[in-house]
Design a binder for this molecule. Sequence first.
Ligand code: OMP
Length: 214
Amino acid sequence: MKAYQKEFIEFAIERGVLKFGEFTLKSGRTSPYFFNAGLFNKGSDLARLGRFYAAALVDSGISFDVLFGPAYKGIPIATATAVALYDHHQQDTPYCFNRKEKKDHGEGGNLVGSALEGKVMLVDDVITAGTAIREAMEIVQANGAELSGVLIALDRQEKGKGELSAIQEVERDFNAQVVSIVSLNDVITFLKDDDTFKEYLPKVEAYRAEFGVA
Ligand code: OMP
């Protein structure tokens, strides 16, 4: 685990975003940890979050034309990432997001911001089983755009529909790379070294053994 990844996990715990306990996921799985990106809810959080996303993106070296943040949670993340790319990496990147409701007046259409065309970097919070990403992909495809990559904060490294991880399925099905700031393996590495949170390690490891990918 790199220093910035440990720093990100500490930041998420400090803000109550990464929690340990018992949680029911969208997929129906009961998880001993949960990552609620909605709790990055202050200006300073968003500024810092944007820097982590931008750093992971620049590190990945993937080229793209536009950032796309699917509603709702992807919207502030894509926005913060665009700001950080400009402020800290001298990259002035177009970005857009969708609205979930249909709009029949004003600017029209379901997309706001830059055009969703060319090579798209899809920005979101977490991938578990890949359902949310697949929904967002439908919007990318409906616009005739091409997926370059997916950028998320946490890769839970869980099985998707079969034995592959949800991310491996997304990479295979859409021919795109998935980049995450941290993964479940990083969370486990962190727990092993942390006296305060070590007690959660057995449950998180057991969860990985059941739902994780090899
Ligand atoms: P999938 O659609 O199964 O990939 O789950 C991803 C979505 O689940 C996220 O966009 C969140 O809405 C939610 N989620 C979290 O936010 N944090 C977690 O740690 C786990 C989930 C989840 O329900 O799997």
